[in-house]
Design a protein around this ligand. Sequence first.
Ligand code: UD1
Length: 350
Amino acid sequence: MKNILVIGGAGFIGSHTCLVLLEKGYKVFVFDSFVNSSTNALKRVLEVSKLKNKKKDPFLKIYNGDLLNKKLLQNTFNDIYKKHKFLDGVIHFGGLKSVAESIYSPISYWRTNVLGTINLLEIMSRYESKHLVFSSSATIYGSSKNSLLKEDSELKPINPYGNTKLTVETLLDDIFKSGRKEWHLASLRYFNPIGAHFSGLIGECPIGIPNNIFPLITNTALGLQKELKVFGNDWPTKDGTTIRDYIHVMDLATIHTRVLEHLISNKPNYLKLNVGTGKGTSVLELIKIFERVNKVKVPYVYVNRRIGDKCSLVADNSLLISKLKIVPKSSIEDMCRDGWKWKKLNPNGY
Ligand code: UD1
């Protein structure tokens, strides 16, 4: 049985990934500061995992700590090695993720996202196993002008959040090229993860007022806000609204475990992979599908474009499919149905 450390495992993507790891029989160790997440997410993960496998107790151990506290992180590694002998891999979701906030607080974004990752890499470099999957983002790309984004498309982040993601990717490049080529690394460039586990027990739980489209749609459908503001209907797209590549969070979670398994069973490498479906959906299409699948209304109004928004961000996911032999399988309908189930069952989150 393999031991996997999940940094930021209580967050939206992290919690779904922990569930997939437990279902696959891994021992999961979560290191999380819980500044932006809840321990209840992990209680739910255990609950759901037990529902599926009644015979075997899932192994999930929680370490409450911040990546900036290097001593605590070192103690966590020491504890895992002392009690479990080996750590097979690390999946790193730990970081701050609001674009708007990053513009107001660039220093805290650089400190948490870059310095925090440096602390992790320094500690990992002292151990034999050097397998790391890093949460990157499609936000590091420049504009796509309606074509699909490939991994070698122009990289041009336009906000501090994106800058920190690209900086860590560059750091991983340098580390991979250094010394004895002993690192097994992957940066996963997520497009737009939405949806929730189909049970409705695990889902996205943003603290405060959400910024991203999907929690805003579910809030509107529930009547928590009067209407959804659609940022512009004058974009050069089929219906004038912006286009994104939405991916089901469970597909994303499965892809993390597959990437880690790929790293573990192959020679040292550094993979940079787009993680999207390759299909673009406009904001208007997303609203309409959500309304149709869930039989609810999402009132909306058009407002001005949001500063810094891009017209279209859609993945060319051919590298992901050829390397991993995995195709994200869920439809927008699945994402809307599962995400709405979570929201209805948990209107106030965890
Ligand atoms: C945003 C971030 C991106 C981050 C990602 C995941 C920006 C510019 N980009 O991506 O860096 O990796 O979240 O956290 O913030 N929309 C509306 N009305 C709303 C909210 C959104 O019309 O109230 C539209 C946006 O214009 C966009 C689409 O919905 O076209 C998706 O928006 P959002 O969920 O915020 O994701 P991104 O902007 O793609």
